[in-house]
Design a protein around this ligand. Structure first.
Ligand SMILES: [Zn+2]
Length: 400
């Protein structure tokens, strides 16, 4: 197809070159990334893009950038896919000082490299990043999309996909936010500092809203095959979040590490193991206590008086001190989760009467999410999660 533009006659490009440039560009404009196969008006597939020469097709003055040295000009390396109006703009004589050969080559290289990288990601490695951003005693940490992405990329073989819908069907475009990422922002919920019942009630509603309307929606449409959870908030809310996650979807929980202020697991640190103990062996009744001495140690004397006489279990590290940064290695978290699962089974088998477990958690953030995930509301006793406020432990919320 020959067209009249910029005052000279273009020869049609060989089909092989056209195909190669379309594929290398992913069907998207090299400059603005617009998808160039969808017409906005008639809802039909239509090729909106144009193939623009970088060094002009001819070496005459009328051919934009044509007087640069290049022997073979109709090659995929010298042609870029762009929107029609941008084609006009980069070829306009008054713009040639801006759209130089170097500039256009840089656009082309960056765009085609990115398309190759992004389309190289196999779909089964995609993970949906779920961030829950809150405060702990007025304190916040960095939990940007960027820091979560880099933790996922460096910690394993998963890729945080921030997908965009390629479909022109309205219903799927609505899903854009479900596909790649979901965010629970608790920072606008008032009263974190005092963290009373009203604070927890409001924060739970925010969590429920995102889980029900975004995440579960995506899961039911098979758009979410794997979840990566990043949470920074009061411990009871992290347990609640864990309890709301669908246990049919494989999930990785991440930990914010104090020593380097990142969310990336360490490979160098040895993993820590945990063990369960029955500290107070009184006959099982309807209520029992579980103390989690993981990030710190809760002394028996710190228990609220109404819990003092109950059957009491404890999980704590083996051959390591309880400390805030104990979950440096992802295997430590896995070990904690296994220990917890085994303890719940044990209670189910040997202390069937227990219908409520009062949980006093001195745990890192990731362990709190894992606690919620391991808990099965159909089989296990309901959990009353305690929070430490004003020096004492008080019930914060129920996981039923
Ligand atoms: Zn464009």
């Amino acid at each position: 197809m020959a067209t009249e533009k910029s005052g000279y006659k273009r020869k049609a490009l060989p089909e092989k070159v056209r195909l190669e440039v379309w594929v290398r560009s992913g069907g998207r404009c090299t400059i603005c990334n617009r998808y160039l196969l969808d017409g906005a008006l008639a809802n039909k597939t239509i090729r909106l893009g144009e193939l623009a020469h970088i060094v002009g097709q001819q070496s005459t003055a009328g051919s934009p950038r044509g007087q640069n040295d290049l022997v073979e000009r109709d090659t995929a390396d010298n042609v870029m896919l762009v929107c029609a109006d941008e084609h006009d703009e980069i070829d306009a004589p008054e713009n040639l000082d801006v759209f130089t050969v170097e500039k256009l080559l840089a656009f082309k290289r960056a765009h085609e490299d990115r398309i190759k990288h992004v389309t190289g990601i196999a779909p089964d490695r995609a993970t949906t990043v779920l961030r829950m951003i809150g405060q702990v005693r007025g304190h916040e940490v960095e939990l940007t999309r960027q820091s979560a992405s880099s933790a996922v990329l460096t910690s394993g073989d998963r890729v945080p996909l921030f997908l965009e819908s390629y479909s022109r069907h309205g219903i799927e475009i609505e899903l854009r936010h479900v596909l790649g990422e979901a965010t629970i922002d608790l920072r606008d919920v008032p009263g974190e500092d005092g963290a009373n019942g009203e604070y927890y009630r409001q924060a739970k509603a925010v969590i429920d809203n995102v889980i029900d309307n975004k995440l579960n929606e995506g899961i039911s449409r098979d758009q979410v095959a794997h979840i990566s959870v990043f949470g920074f908030a009061r411990i009871p809310l992290l347990v609640y979040l864990g309890s709301r996650l669908d246990d049919t979807v494989p999930t990785d929980v991440y930990q914010r590490h104090r020593h380097d202020e990142t969310w990336t697991w360490s490979e160098d640190e040895p993993a820590v193991a945990f063990s369960a103990h029955l500290d107070q062996d009184v006959p099982p009744d309807e209520e029992a206590v579980l103390v989690l001495n993981i990030s710190g140690t809760i002394q028996p004397g710190e228990l609220p008086p109404h819990l003092a006489g109950l059957r009491r279990y404890r999980i704590s590290p083996v051959e390591a001190m309880a400390s805030p940064d104990i979950m440096r290695h992802r295997d430590s978290l896995a070990s904690f989760q296994e220990r917890l699962r085994a303890l719940f089974s044990d209670i189910e088998a040997t202390a069937k009467r227990v219908r409520r477990l009062h949980v006093l958690p001195a745990v890192p953030l990731s362990a709190a999410v894992s606690l919620g995930r391991v808990h099965d509301r159909h089989v296990h006793p309901s959990l009353t999660i305690y929070d430490r406020t004003n020096g004492g432990y008080r019930p914060a919320l129920e996981i039923k």
